[in-house]
Design a protein around this ligand. Structure first.
Ligand SMILES: C[S@@+](CC[C@H](N)C(=O)[O-])C[C@H]1O[C@@H](n2cnc3c(N)ncnc32)[C@H](O)[C@@H]1O
Length: 457
């Protein structure tokens, strides 16, 4: 009774306000700018909240410290912010709607054909294929739901004692169809799809992150991982670790860790060595944390949206198992989220630091910045090693694009001494695939530049 009276009063007030706004232009202007200010204050608040890794603990950087963030995280400054995380969770969430939307587009395109062609498409089962493809997308979306749920759970758990962020976290959970009860996530309606489709970014990064979970944790892709990992592990075993000397304090750093397969393997192979992995992309990083903590295998269909170069539809739809049940927690592994060039170790007295980079150096916009950041680690150790394996396929807008030979001479100029440098470019001996579909009519392979260098100056 009381509540219906209250809602009637509120309704009447809203009607009066709307009428006033409609009739009074200056009032209308003031109201719009007031609401805008309110909204921007909210987003500015979130903007100032940083996300520490690997805990996903939130901190209001301005309140916690003045300029120096080094006591918060091994990522020294430009720590990723809460909107960096939430924007990417929304991208993940949109996977299903966007994937099915694309299939809808293919459906409509085919329907533009004339009656005879459409008849033949029916006979081929072309439309059934598109519908089955939607099922594949929905199955991937179920894995994505688990990734989102895991990330929200971690966010809640790491911040449960900090009331300052409770409202913000509740809002984020609600955006994905969850509420929080007694510190646990409750899904409001499991069958309800939230078709947000509000982020502007492309979905290719979501496909990439899912595919990388297979690359790093599925037996199917050991053919891509093994040559990289074997080279790095063999160099560390035979040329870095002194035989019999278990007392050395060593740190391994893996920049551009992707979803973390290499860093996990290194932490497992060398349990006495601390491994810090650093990944810039929020989506890769979220998947990295998921892989480390989820503990169950997941089935992913990495090729589901690749319509080109398929021999049969079953190949396009096939799933690979990311064997996450085999991925155990490693206390010597610290997966960090941020820019590698902003990273520094917590301790200054390492005997050796080993940078292990795989398919990473060619991501540099400015190769000199990568080199300086790697060399800056010399301050933290007596001996600095760099073991690298990967191609030189430069990414977006690089300031310089070195050949292998130029890079080799540049290392020498800057005080590096190569212990080994070799290329694998002979296709008859096998090149290295990268997220390659080995059943497809299009298969991409890379040659590799492998080197192990020690910084001497
Ligand atoms: C080509 S992928 C390779 C990933 C992984 N190493 C592998 O072999 O699967 C390069 C990765 O480096 C990351 N990356 C690029 N620039 C970075 C930076 N400045 N700091 C940390 N990670 C970075 C990208 O987000 C991407 O995940």
């Amino acid at each position: 009774m009381v509540s219906s009276l209250a809602s009637n009063i509120i309704l009447a007030l809203v009607v009066v306000l709307m009428t006033l706004l409609r009739q009074n232009k200056p009032l209308q202007k003031w109201f719009v700018s007031y609401v805008e200010k309110l909204l921007s204050r909210k987003s500015n608040l979130a903007q100032k909240v940083s996300v520490l890794s690997p805990s996903l603990k939130l901190v209001d950087v301005e309140k916690s410290i003045s300029a120096d963030q080094s006591n918060l995280s091994k990522i020294n400054y430009q720590i990723p912010t809460l909107p960096d995380l939430t924007g990417n969770l929304i991208r993940l969430h949109e996977y299903r709607a966007r994937g099915e939307g694309y299939n809808g587009l293919l459906f409509r395109r085919a329907r533009q054909l004339n009656g005879i062609s459409e008849d033949q498409l029916q006979k081929l089962g072309y439309f059934t294929k598109l519908m089955k493809n939607n099922e594949g997308i929905r199955e991937n979306a179920r894995v994505i739901d688990k990734i989102i749920e895991f990330t929200l759970g971690k966010l809640i758990h790491s911040n449960e004692h900090d009331e300052e962020f409770t409202e913000e976290i509740e809002k984020i959970c609600a955006e994905h169809g969850y509420k929080i009860k007694d510190g646990h996530l409750i899904q409001l309606n499991p069958d309800f799809v939230f078709p947000i489709v509000s982020s502007r970014g492309s979905q290719s990064v979501v496909h990439e992150a899912l595919a990388h979970l297979c690359r790093d944790f599925s037996s199917y892709y050991s053919v891509e991982r093994d040559p990289l990992q074997n080279f790095i592990i063999s160099r560390i075993n035979h040329h870095v670790i002194s035989a019999g000397d278990m007392k050395e304090k060593i740190l391994i750093v893996t920049p551009g860790a992707g979803v973390g397969g290499l860093s996990h393997t290194l932490a497992t192979t060398f349990p006495k060595i601390q491994v810090d992995s650093i990944e810039l992309s929020a989506l890769m990083y979220i998947c990295n944390l998921f892989a480390l903590e989820y503990k169950h295998d997941v089935k992913i269909r990495p090729f589901v949206q690749q319509y080109s170069c398929q021999t049969v539809f079953d190949n396009q739809l096939r799933s690979l198992s990311a064997d996450l049940s085999k991925v155990g927690h490693r206390s010597n592994l610290d997966p960090l989220w941020g820019d590698f060039t902003r990273y520094s170790p917590i301790s200054k007295d390492y005997d050796k630091i080993i940078i292990c980079s795989a398919y990473f150096i060619d991501t540099a916009e400015n190769m000199f910045e990568y080199l300086s950041s790697i060399e800056a680690l010399k301050k933290y150790c007596k001996e600095l090693h760099w073991v690298n394996v990967g191609p030189l396929k430069y990414g977006t807008k690089p300031l310089v694009q070195f050949t292998g030979d130029e890079l080799s001479r540049l290392r020498k100029i800057r005080g590096w001494k190569d212990l080994v440098e070799e290329y694998e470019v002979d296709s008859s001996k096998g090149l290295n695939g990268y997220l390659t579909d080995y059943e497809s009519m299009y298969q991409g392979y890379y040659g590799l530049l492998k080197f192990h260098s020690v910084f001497e100056s």
